[in-house]
Design a protein around this ligand. Sequence first.
Ligand code: ADP
Length: 453
Amino acid sequence: MNWREYFHKVIVPELRLLGLIVFACLLISSTGVPFTWLIAISLLAFTAFHVYQMKLLLAWLMDKQLVAPPDDLRGIWYEIALETHRRNKITRANDAKLRQLIAQFRKVSTALPDGILILDELNRIEWLNKRAAKLLGLRRDQDRGSNIINLVRDPSFVKFYNDKIEGESLRLDSPASNQIKLDLRLIPYNNNNNKHLLIVQDFSALHRMEQMRQDFVANVSHELRTPLSVIVGYIETLDDDDSPELEAYHSIFWQMKQQSDRMTQLVEDLLILSNLENDQHINRQNNVVVPKMLDGIVDDAIILSGSKNHDIILEADENLWLKGNTREIHAVFSNLMSNAVHYTPELGRIVIRWYQTADHIIMEVEDNGTGIDHQHIDRLTERFYRADEGRSRSAGGTGLGLAIVKHALQRHDAQLSISSELLVGSTFRCLFPIERGIDASSIDTTEDPILTP
Ligand code: ADP
């Protein structure tokens, strides 16, 4: 209510009443009654009227129903009651809408195929739908208010929950049954990012399909190995045969040998990849003597480079070793190195570095070769993805090398970073966590034969 309205609705009627009282007092005082007495009595009555109005307003406010304001309210008291009533009506309408919305949300959450938990800033479950309770083996009523970490005790979940890395998801066997495979995601939902939604998805069907695909690839690759080695053996025998009747066929044998070597390499790479996918529990805490390993890889690279005569330089910290799996680390480094040789023209320069920074332990391969167009970089680690199909095939590439690198690095909590410029060159960097480093200068390698390269 603005001042104008307030003046007309409240002040004017009050002034009119006061004027009427003064006028009546003046009239009555002409009969001889003292004017001051009359004014005093009138003001008392005026005050009593307002006290009565206050009582009426209070009684009305205390009525839970809060129906329309009573007719006996007057002046400012009526206006107060009217405004309160109007606001109350709006609040009730909003409440009804909210209740409807909550009822609807409950129905939707029950129909959802995913589990949803609302977690407060102290990691307690504020609310969870039926599906979440089923997938995580929780009790909907009893477990509400409990700390989620006390209920889902799997160490990988505890780490995932404490780290709260945005966009990351966790795959976990359901605590209710290890036949159910779960995919968990944590999403902050308030401004301070301290309240979270935990989304739980059952991906058992997808897991089964993934498993079938992995088994299929592993079996096919394994089954192809023997027939392939027989074919390669016969081709080699025929190629080595100097008899005149076979002379015309040697170029054909050479092509057959080339293609069967490619197939053998493809099968080997597929087997390495499926081993990486399946061997979740192999030991990745061995002492890998990286400087020595890199010496060997550089020797192989020089042979591979052959007539291309690359300038291959190794800069390795001799006292830096790595905790990992020797076979897998070798696969990573040799794949990166052979790519550098394949994609760098003759007389090009390849530098392989092994060093430590404040944040990471790094193995990098830098070349001044063909480089890679920006648009391809994000997809290079996909299976069979090639930036330059023709060049890769002619270089004898299987298209699986960087997929192997990525998987093996993931198994070592490491990442692959690629920077490249077309026609300038590329740098492939493996970033290992500092915790995987071993300071070899503090190890007496003469006493421990296992540590000796
Ligand atoms: P491939 O067997 O084809 O080399 P990879 O998975 O090892 O398969 O590499 C994928 C693609 O990445 C290659 O086909 C090539 O286009 C590109 N690539 C990899 N390393 C380099 C490099 N050092 N320089 C230029 N391109 C590269």
